[in-house]
Design a protein around this ligand. Sequence first.
Ligand code: ATP
Length: 515
Amino acid sequence: MAQEDVFKKIVSHCKEYGFVFPSSEIYDGLAAVYDYGQMGVELKNNIKRYWWDSMTLLHENIVGIDSAIFMHPTIWKASGHVDAFNDPLIDNRDSKKRYRADVLIEDCIAKMDEKIDKEVEKARKRFGEQFDEAMFRATNPRVQEHIAKRDALHARYAKAMNDMDLDELRQIIIDNEIVCPISGTKNWTDVRQFNLMFSTEMGSTADGAMKVYLRPETAQGIFVNFLNVQKTGRMRIPFGIAQIGKAFRNEIVARQFIFRMREFEQMEMQFFVRPGEELQWFAKWKEIRLRWHKALGLGDEKYRFHDHEKLAHYANAATDIEFEMPFGFKEVEGIHSRTNFDLGNHEKYSGKKIQYFDPELKESYTPYVIETSIGVDRMFLSVMAAAYAEENLDGGETRVVLRLPAALAPVKAAVLPLVRKDGLPEKAEEIIRMLRYDYRCQYDEKDSIGKRYRRQDAIGTPYCITVDHQTLEDNTVTLRDRDSMEQTRVAIADLKSLIGEKVSFSKLLQKIAED
Ligand code: ATP
C-alpha cells in the first residue's frame, strides 16, 4: 500500500474509533485544531504518564511544575519570541495558496537528495556486490555535479535564513524555478515575516487592556520559575524541571493532521548545568531520550538523529529525534543546548538576579541549560503510525489491529460473555469489578465473538477475556492475546497478574534503564 494511503487510513481510523476528531466538526471544523476522543484521551494520558514518570521517578534531581498559559508579555520579549519567532511566508498569486518560503526551498533540496540517491541505487544494481558507494559518490561526474548544485543551494539558503534576508529567499525560489504545487506557476509574491504567536487582551477596558500572548512553548514557564523551584526545593545543580502543557502557534501551513497543529501539547524538561559542562549533558540527554523512545518497541530502525546546521539564536548544539512517519522521517522531539540565554535574558529584562551559588565551586553563575522538548501530539501520531496494521488471516478474513505498546493502550482488557444468558453476563461483570481498580476494562456482549475481537483489535486492547459455560463450572476463562491471537485457558484468580505482566508501566520504565 502506498504510504500516502496508509496515512489516510490512519486518519480515518482515528476518527472512526474515537481517537481524534476534527475540532468544531459540526461547524465544518477549525483548521489545524483537533479534539481527542474517548480512546484518544486515554492513549494521550498514557503517553504523558510514561514521559512524566520517566523524568520524575527515574531521576531524583528532576521535579515537575505546571505553570500558567498566560504570562507577563515581557517574558516573550526576553525570550526573543516577539522579535524572532517568525516564519518567512510567500503566496502564489494564481492558486492564492500560502507557503513557508523555507519549506519550499527545503523540499527542493530534498528532491535533489533524492535524485542523487536514485543515481546511487541505479549504480548499485549495475555493479552488484563490488559496488563501493563512497567511491561512486566521490568520483561519478553526474553525481558530483548534482552534489555540487545541492551544496551550493544549501549554503545559499542557510546564509539567507541566518541573515533573514527575505529578498534573497524569494530570489532562491525564482532561480531554482520552484513552482506552486497547486497552480504549477512561478507567480510568487514577496516574502514576508509572520510572527507565530497568538495574542489576546487581558483586562476589562480596551484602554487599560494589556496585550498578552498564548505561550508558543512551555519552556519559558520553567525559566521564570527557576529560582522558585531551586530555592523551595533546595535543588542542587545539575537538576531539571519538567512540565507538560498546551502551546499555541499560528502555523502558516498547517497540514498533516496532528503533526502540525495550532494548539498542541508539549512535554518539556529544562536541565540546569554548570557552564562548560553543557555539551557533555547534551550528549547524555540525547542518549537517554532515544532510549525512552526505543523502549516502546515501535522499531529501532524508525528513529534517527538529525543534527542542526542552522542553530537557533540561543543554542550552541541542537538535534532532532526524527521518527519514520508515513510521510517520511519527521521531527518528534528537539534536544537543545540553550546556553545561559534564557536565564540571562530574564535577569536583564526583569532586573532580578537569577543566579545559582554553587557550594562546591563556591561561586555564583548563570546556569546553562539542556532542553528536551517533545510534542505529545506528534508522539501520539508516531505511536499510531507504528501500531496500525492490516492483516490477512487464515480463511480469507482480514483484520485491522493497533499493535500499541500494551502499557499505552487505552483499554487493557475486554471482558466478553460468550452468550447473553445463562449467567455469563453476570460472571463477566464480576470479573470487571475485580479488575477495574487496576486496569481500564470494557464490557461487550453485542455481536458474534469474532466481531467483538475485531473491535478490540481496532482500538489496540492487549487482552480479551471470554467467559463461557465452563467458566461457571471451574472459574477459568479464555485469555486472547491481541498480537498472536492465541487463546489460553487461565484461572480467573490469575488474570490480574497475567495482565499486569504485560501492561505494566514499571516494566516499561525499567526497560529504559536496561536497554
Ligand atoms: P517544526 O520545525 O516542525 O516546526 P520546531 O522545531 O519549531 O518544529 P520546537 O520549537 O523544537 O519545534 O518544539 C518542540 C516540539 O514541539 C517539536 O519537536 C514537536 O514535537 C512539537 N511541536 C512544535 N510545533 C508543533 C505543532 N505546530 N504541532 C504539533 N507539535 C508541535
